[in-house]
Design a protein around this ligand. Structure first.
Ligand code: AOF
Ligand code: ZN
Length: 350
């Protein structure tokens, strides 16, 4: 048999990304079926597909459907490159492993095993039992990065946490007073709205909610608005704030043992006495990712608890001389890019 071709797997990963924003809490998955000519030669692509919609057909089903009837006879000499282990369970759709067996694919190559306990190796087992050659681990890191939210949710039982802040050249993220000082430029602001549309929730602390009175929506970017999460331990925030305007689902976390106000339209209350409790509660609500937008104290709490996965740090050119110090970014710096007048530094946990 041919050695698996990583270029084709890259194509499958690219196809998978077309599902971004439409498949959560399912993973993004892509599939490319290629005819193998033997002796290391790769033939034609017979079909391609990706998981397009939550609840809809999986990547493998769409790829198989794309194969022309005249090409079906070639499937036993073909490889399905699938970014994730084909499923073995009846969920919203029938098992993909069964379909690949029924179509008599010669070989299946994957990036990652599916951590979903309903699948977790059983997909590969079914395929191998049916005599299909299985290779896994091609472009594993790329596959895990693509579905970092899905893997974090299943493996760590908590949402993927992105910490975001903007700081001045001298390391401040706010001025000395309560009045907000703009730090990053308009392009960065636009990008943040795009990020909001890509995550399930945005979180802020009490001080940010009170002083900035943020809307936490995506008005500068066409896309869905996430759930707003606000930490209000003692339920001290005034409900005249934008966060309580009912235009988006809003979740208020307070410490336990308090008299909770009657939930109003789109505003609900939940008790959490620690950060792990809060993240567990979000996980149980099927929230797979949270963008933490501040302030300094809340960001510091996530950092100190080690409960974060990614940092997106805007660095502006201006200086403030005094004010609220920004947290110290940590982990591995994975990229530095210019966004308008600011630099964006992205960090991941090592
Ligand atoms: C695949 N191919 O394209 C995807 C898979 O409820 P269902 O039927 O949509 O199943 C969802 C689960 O299936 C999901 O949690 C993950 O384990 C797997 N996703 N599997 O073979 C795909 N999206
Ligand atoms: Zn499937």
């Amino acid at each position: 048999m041919n050695t698996p071709n990583s270029l084709i797997m890259r194509r499958a990963l690219d196809l998978a990304t077309l599902g971004r924003g439409h498949v959560s809490p399912n993973p993004m998955v892509g599939c490319v079926i290629v005819h193998d000519l033997g002796e290391g030669a790769t033939g034609r692509i017979l079909g391609e597909g990706w998981h397009q919609q939550y609840g809809g057909p999986h990547a493998e089903v769409n790829a198989v459907r794309a194969v022309l009837p005249a090409d079906e006879a070639l499937l036993p000499q073909s490889t399905a490159y699938v970014t994730l282990e084909p499923c073995s369970h009846w969920g919203k759709t029938p098992p993909c492993a069964d379909l690949l067996i029924q179509k008599q694919l010669g070989r299946v190559v994957c990036c990652n095993d599916d951590p979903n306990p309903l699948v977790a190796g059983k997909g590969f087992e079914k395929l191998r039992d049916a005599g299909i050659e299985v290779i896994t681990g091609l472009l594993t890191d790329e596959g895990r990065l693509l579905n970092a939210r899905f893997f974090t949710a299943i493996e760590q039982q908590r949402p993927y946490v992105i910490l975001k802040w903007a700081e001045t050249a001298d390391g401040f993220m706010g001025g000395p007073g309560a009045t907000p000082v703009p730090i990053s430029g308009p392009l960065a602001g636009r990008l943040v709205h795009r990020w909001r549309s890509e995550e399930d929730a945005i979180l802020v602390g009490t001080t940010t909610a009170r002083h900035d009175n943020p809307r936490l929506n995506t008005r500068l970017w066409p896309g869905r608005s996430p759930v707003r999460v606000v930490l209000d331990r003692t339920l001290a925030l005034l409900t005249t704030l934008h966060l309580f305007d009912g235009t988006q689902p809003t979740l208020v976390y307070h410490r336990s043992g308090l008299d909770v106000p009657v939930a109003s339209e789109n505003v609900s209350y939940a008790a959490a006495d620690s950060l792990p409790d809060l993240l567990t509660d979000l996980h149980e609500r099927r929230i797979q990712s949270v963008l933490v937008e501040g302030g300094a104290q809340v960001l510091g709490t996530f950092l100190d608890a080690g409960l974060w996965d990614e940092i997106r740090q805007f660095r502006s050119m201006q200086t403030l001389g005094q004010g609220v110090a920004a947290p110290t970014a940590r982990g591995t710096l994975v990229s530095r890019e210019q966004v308008g007048t600011d630099e964006l530094w992205t960090w991941r946990r090592a």
